[in-house]
Design a protein around this ligand. Structure first.
Ligand SMILES: NC(=O)c1ccc[n+]([C@@H]2O[C@H](COP(=O)([O-])OP(=O)(O)OC[C@H]3O[C@@H](n4cnc5c(N)ncnc54)[C@H](OP(=O)(O)O)[C@@H]3O)[C@@H](O)[C@H]2O)c1
Length: 319
């Protein structure tokens, strides 16, 4: 990470996405939010569209996004919401999405994700599924949409990472767990480190007016936990004996979890800022990382050489 003063904003950690865009006008701006039909993505879509943007929800399940589409069809605020099919774990689907895109793209929020698949699962391309979905699919999407992003003049890419990146550097020798034992959390953490490195690697686009930043949304109960066993959910303290879910006191709502995404996507405070990592609506300090790290961004996720190496690796993989 370059030595620079950390960017601060007036927004509290528990601010909602709506608060971030209260004074922001996105009329005429076009945005894509992957995984925008549920959880944090849906709240990101809602805030961007409420600020006037034309938002495309890129989703495997367009029918799941219908309530949001209807919500904005009835609104008079100027923002619109539409859906387009996208499966990030299938390059032919990413390619079809890119080919169908017409005109400039002002905002790309790489939000979709899956977490802690219990067994090693492979994508259509034979890649470990979390790396395929969370990183490689988004890399193919962002680089495929480079032309439309450049055309926008001052586009922003937001990469939704996670604090889970702190424990796991990217393993260039065996990214798909072909030779080392599969570990659900190591695979998730690695994919989220790759997400931060994607934003750092995209600093090469600064001359085209395209900025890219990564973020962690905090802890939010969403569909993301679908692959975790009841035993694990109980161990986390969020499930009682009857199977009821209750967030812990420091958990955020989806609308609070979406705030940092929306800050990076839309706030004028981020004009010209690129290659950085945010949490709780502030830029995060660089930390050594490791199993015990609880906040900040790990040095292994912001190293420019690793970012460039990963960019080359991914460009070759998705070619
Ligand atoms: N919740 C948290 O505590 C937390 C913490 C840190 C980071 N995050 C990150 O936040 C992001 C959003 O997660 P969330 O918590 O809002 O969970 P979520 O509600 O499960 O949202 C994830 C979205 O990703 C979509 N998705 C999954 N696989 C996909 C694929 N192959 N192609 C296209 N879309 C796909 C899902 O669509 P389907 O409905 O079709 O599966 C879903 O809409 C993720 O990147 C996650 O890693 C979340």
């Amino acid at each position: 990470m370059p030595a620079h003063p950390l960017l601060t904003t007036p927004f509290a950690p528990d601010a909602t996405a709506a608060e971030i865009v209260r004074d922001v006008d996105l009329t005429g701006r076009r945005a894509v939010v992957t995984g925008g039909a549920s959880g944090i993505g849906a709240e990101t879509v809602r805030a961007l569209a409420a600020a006037g943007a034309q938002v495309t929800i890129a989703t495997r399940r367009p029918e799941g996004a219908e309530p949001l589409v209807r919500e904005f069809a009835a609104s008079t605020g100027g923002g619109t919401v539409r859906t387009e099919a996208l499966d990030l774990a299938d390059l032919s689907s990413v390619d079809a999405f890119v080919r169908a895109w017409r005109g400039p793209l002002d905002i790309l929020v790489a939000n979709a994700g899956i977490m802690a698949l219990p067994t090693r699962t492979l994508s259509a391309e034979g890649w470990e599924m979390q790396l395929a979905t969370n990183f490689l699919g988004h890399f193919a999407l962002a680089t495929g949409l480079y032309g439309p992003l450049r055309e926008a003049g001052s586009a922003r890419v937001v990469v939704v990472s996670s604090g889970a990146h702190l424990a796991t550097p990217f393993d260039f020798d065996d990214p798909h767990f072909a030779r080392r034992p599969y570990d659900p959390w190591a695979a998730y953490g690695q994919s989220k480190t790759a997400d931060v490195l994607l934003a750092v690697g995209a600093r090469r686009w600064a001359g085209d007016g395209i900025t890219a930043n990564a973020m962690a949304p905090g802890y939010i109960l969403t569909n993301l936990q679908r692959h975790l066993s009841d035993e694990t959910m109980r161990a986390f303290g969020v499930m009682d004996d009857e199977g009821n879910l209750t967030p812990l006191p420091y958990y955020k709502t989806p609308a609070q979890g979406a705030a940092t995404s929306v800050l990076l996507a839309a706030s004028p405070l981020l004009d010209g800022v690129t290659g950085r990592y945010f949490e709780d609506n502030q830029e995060a300090p660089t930390v050594p990382g490791g199993e015990d790290a609880t906040g900040g961004v790990a040095a292994h996720a912001t190293d420019p050489d690793s970012a460039d190496r990963l960019w080359e690796y991914a460009a070759d993989a998705v070619r």
